[in-house]
Ligand binder design. Structure first.
Ligand SMILES: Cc1cn([C@H]2C[C@H](O)[C@@H](COP(=O)(O)OP(=O)(O)OP(=O)(O)O)O2)c(=O)[nH]c1=O
Length: 245
């Protein structure tokens, strides 16, 4: 053994290298290998980074939207009661999204990516959830008629014990609706399971004058931001708030 070390030292001396030079070289090679691995992780598609996905939602729209990311998600709606009191819509949707994801994540192994989300409408300092009945839907739609409101969706991601959350806001401008148009729409039953009593993606389309922001956010899942968040979570593995650009 001692002989081997002597031989190695002779060899280094012949090359004109000291023990410190070799340590430095070793350190540099290690660093390069780590950078290569990091770049490789960043290049991986999200379908590879997250082979096991659970969508903690009963919303058929979210189930449809998650497929647009190419993810094959198992559906497991959460059992939480949505009774958080919070006046700030961005905080409310993030808290509820977190509770939904947390409730489901504890029922799965840690290598499952669990996604929870919550959507509300915000108009004149009031948060509108799903209408309780037809009269409630009428009140919401006549208040929103001819005006502009905001739709907030919060998303919570749980993966390998790490938790990450964000929200997205979209502005929606309604055309003015007549009494007849409001009641005809309510009769279609479409408003009843949707925040603000309307679905941008359905029969309400003729009354949407314009939107500013992510259309899919209004439907219940902000896909562009979610995709970036997943790439970030998969590559960095950090439980941090995504910076808003
Ligand atoms: C504003 C708007 C909301 N919505 C829907 C999205 C959500 O499904 C719903 C808001 O209710 P949520 O409580 O966010 O979701 P959910 O109860 O349908 O499902 P889960 O809690 O199990 O995830 O409103 C539309 O589909 N289109 C729209 O234009």
């Amino acid at each position: 053994m001692g002989e081997d070390i002597n031989k190695a030292e002779d060899f280094l001396e012949k090359l004109g290298l000291s023990k410190e030079d070799v340590d430095l070289l070793e350190h540099k090679l290690k660093e390069r290998e780590e950078r290569r691995k990091e770049a490789e992780r960043k290049e991986k598609p999200i379908t590879v980074l997250f082979p096991k996905v659970v969508l903690a939602s009963a919303s058929p729209r979210r189930q449809e939207l998650i497929q647009l990311l190419g993810l094959q998600a198992e559906i497991h709606p959460s059992g939480i009661a949505e009774d958080v009191t919070e006046a700030d819509p961005s905080l409310l949707v993030q808290k509820l999204a977190f509770q939904k994801a947390e409730d489901v994540a504890k029922q799965y192994p840690k290598d499952y990516l669990v996604i929870g989300a919550d959507t509300v409408v915000f108009f004149e300092d009031r948060i509108l959830g799903k209408p309780k009945n037809e009269e409630d839907a009428y009140r919401m739609l006549s208040a929103l008629s001819g005006r502009t409101h905001q739709v907030y969706t919060g998303v919570s991601l749980h993966f390998q014990g790490k938790k990450m959350g964000f929200y997205e806001k979209t502005e929606v401008q309604f055309a003015r609706l007549t009494e007849r148009e409001i009641w005809d729409y309510i009769e279609s039953k479409e408003p009843m399971d949707k925040a603000g009593a309307y679905g941008i993606q359905g029969r309400f389309a003729p009354f949407v004058k314009g939107i500013a922001g992510d259309y899919y956010n209004v439907m219940g899942l902000p896909l562009a931001r979610l995709y970036q968040a997943l790439k970030f979570l998969g590559a960095e593995g950090e439980a941090v708030e995504l910076p808003r650009e």
